[in-house]
Design a protein around this ligand. Structure first.
Ligand SMILES: Nc1ncnc2c1ncn2[C@@H]1O[C@H](COP(=O)(O)OP(=O)(O)O)[C@@H](O)[C@H]1O
Ligand SMILES: Nc1ccn([C@H]2C[C@H](O)[C@@H](COP(=O)(O)OP(=O)(O)O)O2)c(=O)n1
Length: 225
């Protein structure tokens, strides 16, 4: 039997992974996995339970036990809408800190694999192509300059009515990229079998079309767009 197809999109913070992955999934009628949300959920749940960011055993248990419902744009943790708290930079930093722990990553594996359902999946994160879905039909490494990414994040937060400081965002983003790239388990990096997509000077629609075009080539399917 043919494996259910997966498109893996990995890359640094605010490179546009979520936006591009969700649009590609929509175009293909595929499911979408925002793997970063699982790390963010674990960090937020741990904070609510006063568990320290280096308590690996407790954090892994929290990751295993997450009671989460993905309801469209809303994400419910223990029945409460935590969507806004999850998107905060504080949750991003917390997620990056707990993501260095091997037991936490292992605890989230089954949950991520469960998203692989017919007719296909588009998954975004840091290790979608390298660890979680190594047999993905297409692997994209999506990036943009740190300056461009921090500006995008700034605009995104301001548009949501969340106050932000561009210099702080650039610093946070550099710290987070450095931590995500330096860890020993599933580090952020472009693997040999991933296609580079640098969107520093490319808009969202072109980025989406680039992924679809490469998927057509890789999977031998035809996409109507
Ligand atoms: N190619 C692009 N050009 C301009 N803005 C983009 C591009 N890709 C994404 N964005 C915007 O940048 C912001 C961050 O994108 P997002 O998908 O949240 O990134 P990530 O999931 O990598 O953190 C969003 O507001 C999104 O609309
Ligand atoms: N597959 C993944 C996804 C996220 N992480 C970690 C590392 C990231 O800094 C945090 C937050 O990831 P997320 O993709 O939600 O963050 P950005 O939207 O890219 O800013 O979680 C990870 O280690 N592995």
């Amino acid at each position: 039997m043919m494996a259910i197809p997966v498109i893996a999109i990995d890359g640094p913070s605010a490179s546009g992974k979520g936006t591009v992955a969700a649009l590609v999934a929509q175009k293909l009628g595929y499911h979408y996995l925002d793997s970063g949300a699982l790390y963010r959920l674990t960090a937020v749940a741990a904070q609510l339970q006063n568990v320290a960011v280096d308590d690996e055993t407790s954090l892994a248990q929290i990751a295993l036990d997450l009671d989460v419902v993905f309801a469209g744009q809303q994400i419910l943790l223990d029945g409460n809408d935590v969507s806004d708290a999850l998107r905060s930079e504080a949750a991003g930093v917390g997620a990056s800190k707990i993501a260095v722990l091997a037991k936490v990553r292992a605890a989230l594996l089954d949950r991520q694999h469960a998203f692989r359902q017919a007719p296909g999946l588009v998954a975004d994160g840091r290790d979608m192509g390298s660890v979680v879905f190594p047999d993905a039909q297409l692997k994209i490494f999506l990036t943009a300059s740190a300056e461009e990414r921090s500006q995008r994040r700034y605009k995104q937060l301001i548009e949501k009515g969340i106050s932000a400081n561009l210099a702080d965002l650039l610093n946070d983003l550099r710290d987070r990229d450095a931590r995500d790239s330096a860890r020993t388990v599933a580090p952020l990096r472009q693997e040999d079998d991933a296609i580079l997509l640098d969107t520093t000077e490319i808009g969202i629609a072109d980025a989406v079309n680039f992924v679809l075009k490469n998927y057509e080539l890789a999977a031998g399917v035809q996409v109507n767009y």
